[in-house]
Design a protein around this ligand. Structure first.
Ligand code: FES
Length: 121
């Protein structure tokens, strides 16, 4: 696949996102991605949570950040960095987890909104 094909890859329509504002998109040129909207901005990041590998596209967007469906860690979708560690039973280790795993950010892919859909750019 060349750069032109990647540019012309439509990932998902805005209507398909639903209330969570994020979805799993498989078989993209970059593998499986979590694709969604953060406010008015589209985003696409790697789909696997850095904590225990949950599918981030099955989470939701909270205050513009991507929330993991398993233990509710938050990610900044512009940088891919974990901004809040795992919650609940993981709280006592949330700090160390953030320190060690937060440094390994999600991959962030450039996208744009066009014709009511999110496209790779
Ligand atoms: S798997 Fe994502 S926070 Fe635990």
């Amino acid at each position: 696949m060349d750069a032109t094909e990647k540019h012309n890859t439509r990932l998902i329509t805005i209507d398909e996102l639903g209330d969570s504002q994020v979805a799993v998109v498989e078989d993209t040129p970059h593998g499986t991605l979590a694709v969604g909207m953060s406010g008015d901005e589209p985003f696409a990041v790697s789909n696997t949570c850095r904590h225990l590998f949950a599918s981030l596209g099955k989470g939701d967007v909270e205050d513009g950040q991507l929330r993991c469906p398993s233990h509710r860690a938050l990610y900044d979708v512009k940088t891919g960095k974990m901004t809040r560690g795992p919650q609940g039973g993981f709280k006592p280790i949330a700090g160390p987890v953030k320190a060690t795993l937060g440094a390994r950010a999600l991959k962030v892919y450039p996208v744009e909104m066009r014709d009511g859909a999110i496209w790779l750019t």
